[in-house]
Design a protein around this ligand. Structure first.
Ligand SMILES: Nc1nc2c(c(=O)[nH]1)N[C@H]1C(S)=C(S)[C@@H](COP(=O)(O)OP(=O)(O)OC[C@H]3O[C@@H](n4cnc5c(=O)[nH]c(N)nc54)[C@H](O)[C@@H]3O)O[C@H]1N2
Ligand SMILES: Nc1nc2c(c(=O)[nH]1)N[C@H]1C(S)=C(S)[C@@H](COP(=O)(O)OP(=O)(O)OC[C@H]3O[C@@H](n4cnc5c(=O)[nH]c(N)nc54)[C@H](O)[C@@H]3O)O[C@H]1N2
Ligand code: SF4
Ligand SMILES: [Mo]
Length: 897
């Protein structure tokens, strides 16, 4: 059994991988890991389904020059020589700022450290930015302004002690499920604990809330300025703390003059609810304010962060048990990236680019020939500079910018134009890889070896339990081998441990009270040998080398003594003047598009997209909007809509989730050209960024929603993959033993049978093929059998009222199709009662909505635990429990009605 850390979110759960004997691994939660104590959410539980080699990038590839432009397999030496030659030539001719790296919070700390050392210390530019710019950069900037250093001053354990938890712009139930479960348990143990959710949508997280404030998008600064003013007015101030440990309260208050009435109006909130929030906050000492992308991803993101921190500083609610402003990080190593200075405006080890003493410290430590002296380009600016031809070579590592950046069609244009695009990835086909001149195969989760840091500053090991496949290499090794070809010394690493200890040494370098003091100090880990590194237990920083520091591992709170990292030791209140999102809806684009995540998918789906267990919860991209807005736009639930902004457009299926206010709509971020014909929502998103952090305003783009008229709707389940690009609309998910495609077309079909056989790639006239066709109603159903087993089936209808896919999916498991199944297939509905289980709610046990609702009705169930006892749903990872609660109340409402 190998202990490692989950590949996904910033909770950083410990995972065990136990070989099964059939080549597979059983993945379970690590009971000894402090982040999760043995629990895993649905994505973590399905990790075992994502480690197969199908679709993996296994060899270096280069685009053939002169030939047909396709990617051809090459040897590592040839690929790296080519990249180094071009890189050197471009630097020689145009200077070091003409090349750039765009990396990721999914790199291990060791990979990240090497990339930053290479760029900032050897190439001598700071043109290395990361997808954390899209994610955490506003939190980083807010922390630096307030504390003088990017430090998250909260531990998970604080949740167990808090009397109030405020979640701002965080869908914790879906995005950090294990933390959400911890919060749920804390609330169960102490029901008096108050939970407030501040989110324009009524998300699954709201199921746990005592109070949901459906804030008008983008107005959080008004809300927290109003809170600051209120706390000051009623005297809910820790005057001693403010006097001894902070600066700037007067200025912050001067910018926060609104009355609660004015705030309620600006934020479109009910005054009573607003006062309930303000009064509870004022009356509670132990408050945690957790915030995530609804705060960071805004053109006022940094101010949102500081307006929250201000409210903690005024009452001294920081640095002590059960309280503090808590930036909940997204990616598994968002925090490690910050430690190594992953952003274009940072240096390694929490040192600053724009400080000569800091630059000297880093350069001296590295013994490097150069050190970057001015910030590099931030992500959005970087891709603009590429399109403008100013940056001529870019190396993208562990991120998929053609999907995930705003104005994503611009990113495509930039990469098309760029002289040299190098991409290191683990899968062969992504929307970004399509633009690569050189593709380099990296080791994936389960193969790679190193460390990640989670949201509570805890460093954990990711350990390999699978052999390196094909010729894939560790990202740090690829970069080191490139560096050696560039003639740089300082990259002769032979293991991840060597890199980690160098990083740990740098964190302690000149890190004393009289030198360049910073809270980030892991000097205690600087002397780990290979075996101690291998055995490293999850360790929280600060972890300085001094005995006292070691003793304090994981126990303390940063800033517990009231000393912050600014030169004068004081925290800063920041005056935050409220301002509206940069692009507001208007007559042409009347609806505000909000984007974010769904429970069972991770980003661009390169990994979660492979797990059948994760496929059914949300099988297709959608646009969630208010029924009245839908009516005005002329679109109907279940039909397709085109969502268009000034920047681009996508197609999505209309849905009324019930949780969205008028004037807003929500589209998930996950679908892209690999999984759908036209669902890459990044193309729609405006490229406006926060002026301080450079983080894009992903949550706020004015759009118009129109009908996407089609003549027919349909779906296919097929054991083999199909090429459907000719259709107006398709989207696919991975089922167990089949691919599921949803389809729609704009052309009338004259001969269904012939058309369908062609679409499914059936050439054999004698194929075992059953079909039913009703031309007048536009209904067509057909099934293709091979050896009496179902191989493919296709269902078409003029309306989107197609039979349930869950029942058909179950037929793929059968060793042979019985007569009843064949009849049912052609009839388009299951013969057996209860076979239509409805859309999946519990992914672990594949339990559908109909099954759960029937059980609630028939057995009079009233709690999620009873549902679990009855139909298993919720009994494994618990990620669906908020949805079970919602179904319980829906059935209750139905019964009352
Ligand atoms: N299942 C799943 N989990 C994930 C990920 C994933 O892809 N899938 N990704 C991980 C990563 S990298 C990240 S960064 C995190 C993100 O985790 P979260 O930030 O929790 O997730 P999001 O869905 O991006 O956005 C959170 C909420 O912000 C709300 N919001 C939008 N505008 C505003 C506003 O103006 N004010 C306020 N207060 N709220 C607003 C949205 O309605 C949304 O519900 O999740 C991590 N965990
Ligand atoms: N509209 C909108 N856009 C958003 C957001 C939003 O809320 N709305 N959220 C933003 C946020 S917070 C984030 S974090 C980003 C995420 O966006 P991305 O980083 O673009 O998304 P991923 O799918 O995680 O991309 C990771 C890539 O790295 C590859 N990979 C995985 N492991 C490794 C490895 O070890 N080595 C290498 N070399 N490659 C690897 C994967 O196959 C995949 O292609 O999206 C951002 N974009
Ligand atoms: S909460 Fe889920 S996705 Fe996040 S680290 Fe834990 S198991 Fe992985
Ligand atoms: Mo993120």
């Amino acid at each position: 059994m190998i202990k490692t850390t989950c590949a996904y979110c910033g909770v950083g759960c410990g995972v065990t991988a136990t070989p099964r004997g059939d080549g597979g691994f059983d993945i379970a939660g690590d009971a000894a890991h402090p982040a999760n104590q043995g629990r895993l959410c649905v994505k973590g539980s399905a990790l075992g389904e994502t480690i197969g080699l199908e679709g993996r990038l296994l060899y270096p590839m280069m685009r053939e020059r002169g030939g047909d432009g396709s990617l051809q397999r090459v040897a590592w030496g040839e690929a790296l020589d080519h990249v180094a030659d071009k890189w050197r030539a471009i630097i020689d001719e145009h200077g070091p700022d003409a090349v750039a790296f765009y990396v990721s919070g999914q790199l291990l700390t060791e990979d990240y450290y090497v990339a930053n050392k290479l760029v900032k210390g050897y190439i001598g530019s700071a043109n290395i930015d990361t997808n954390s710019r899209l994610c955490m950069s506003s939190a980083v900037a807010g922390h630096k302004r307030a504390f003088g250093e990017d430090v998250v001053p909260v531990n998970y354990e604080d949740i167990d002690h808090a009397d109030m938890v405020v979640l701002v712009g965080s869908n914790l139930a879906w995005c950090h499920p294990i933390l959400f479960q911890r919060l749920t348990r804390a609330k169960e143990a102490r029901p008096g604990m108050k939970i407030v959710v501040i989110d324009p949508r009524r998300t699954a997280t709201c199921e746990l809330a005592d109070l949901h404030l459906p804030i008008k998008p983008g107005t959080d600064v008004w809300l927290f300025n109003g809170l600051l003013a209120y706390l000051s007015r009623i005297g809910a101030v820790d005057a001693a703390f403010v006097a001894a440990h902070t600066n700037g309260l007067e200025d912050a208050l001067a910018a926060a003059t609104l009355t609660p009435e004015e705030v309620a109006r600006a934020c479109r909130l009910n005054l009573q609810d607003l006062m309930e929030f303000y009064e509870s906050f004022a009356a509670t000492a132990k408050v945690i304010t957790g915030f995530s992308m609804g705060v960071n991803q805004s053109s006022a993101g940094t101010d949102k962060v500081n307006s929250i921190i201000n409210c903690h500083l005024i009452g001294g609610r920081i640095g002590k048990q059960g309280m503090g402003p808590f930036s909940i990080t997204g990616q598994p190593n968002a925090m490690g990236g910050r430690e190594v200075g992953g952003l274009a405006n940072m240096l390694a080890a929490h040192l600053d680019l724009d400080n000569a003493a800091h630059r000297d410290a880093v350069q001296t430590f590295w013994e490097s020939p150069r050190i970057a002296s001015r910030p590099g380009l931030k992500a959005v600016d970087l891709f603009e500079a590429i399109e403008a031809g100013k940056v001529k070579a870019v190396w993208v590592i562990a991120t998929n910018p053609v999907v995930s950046l705003p104005n994503a069609d611009q990113v495509r244009r930039a990469l098309e134009r760029c002289e040299l695009v190098v991409v290191s990835d683990v899968v062969r086909d992504t929307d970004t890889n399509a633009y690569a001149d050189v593709l380099l195969p990296a080791l994936a989760w389960g193969e790679k070896d190193g460390t990640v840091t989670n949201s509570e500053r805890r460093i954990s090991r990711q350990r390999p339990f699978l052999p390196a496949p094909g010729e894939a290499r560790a990202d740090w090794l690829i970069l080191s081998q490139f560096a050696l070809r560039m003639g740089y010394d300082g990259f002769g690493y032979s293991s991840a441990a060597e890199i980690f200890t160098e990083h740990a040494r740098l964190s302690a370098f000149r890190n004393g009270p009289a030198e360049l003091p910073r809270a980030f100090d892991i000097g205690a880990l600087a002397t780990l040998g290979e075996s101690a590194y291998d055995a490293l237990l999850p360790t929280q920083w600060p972890a300085p080398a001094s005995a006292a520091g070691v003793a304090a591992h994981g126990a303390g709170h940063p800033f517990a003594d009231g000393r912050f990292s600014h030169a004068d030791g004081r925290a800063r209140f920041v005056a935050t003047v409220p301002r509206s999102p940069a692009n507001l809806p208007d007559v042409e684009y009347p609806i505000t598009l909000n984007t974010g995540r769904v429970r069972d998918h991770w980003h661009t789906m390169t990994r979660t997209g492979r797990a059948p267990k994760l496929a059914d919860h949300v099988p297709e991209s959608f646009i969630d909007m208010h029924p009245q807005d839908a009516l005005l736009c002329g679109v109907k639930e279940g039909e397709l809509a085109r969502v268009t902004s000034q920047w681009g457009s996508v197609i999505a299926r209309v849905q009324h989730g019930g949780g969205i206010a008028r004037g807003s709509a929500f589209v998930p971020i996950h679908w892209n050209n690999q999984t759908a014909s036209d669902a890459r929502v990044g193309a729609v998103v405006n490229p406006v960024v926060d002026p301080v952090s450079g983080e894009p305003e992903f949550k706020h783009t004015p759009v118009i929603v129109d009908r996407f008229p089609v003549k027919w709707h349909g779906f296919i389940l097929s054991r083999g993959a199909l090429q459907l690009d000719a259709l107006a609309y398709w989207t696919k998910v991975q089922g167990k033993d089949f691919q599921r495609y949803e389809l729609a077309g704009r052309n009338a079909i004259s001969d269904f049978g012939q058309w369908a056989r062609q679409l499914l790639g059936i050439e054999d006239d004698d194929a075992d093929w059953l079909e039913y066709s009703d031309r007048t109603s536009g209904v067509f159903r057909a099934v293709h059998l091979v050896d009496d087993r179902i191989a493919q089936c296709i269902f078409i209808s003029a309306r989107p009222d197609l039979p349930t896919r869950q029942w058909l999916a179950s037929l793929f498991d059968k060793p042979l199709l019985e007569i009843a199944d064949r009849a049912a297939l052609l009839a388009g509905r299951p013969i057996a009662a209860g076979a239509d289980t409805g859309p999946t709610v519990c992914s672990c046990f594949g339990v559908g909505r109909n099954t759960i609702c029937n059980a609630i009705r028939e057995q009079n169930l009233t709690t999620p635990a009873q549902i679990t006892a009855c139909v298993k749903a919720g009994g494994n990872c618990g990620s669906c429990v908020p949805e079970l609660k919602k179904l319980l109340s829906e059935v209750r409402v139905e019964e009352i009605a």
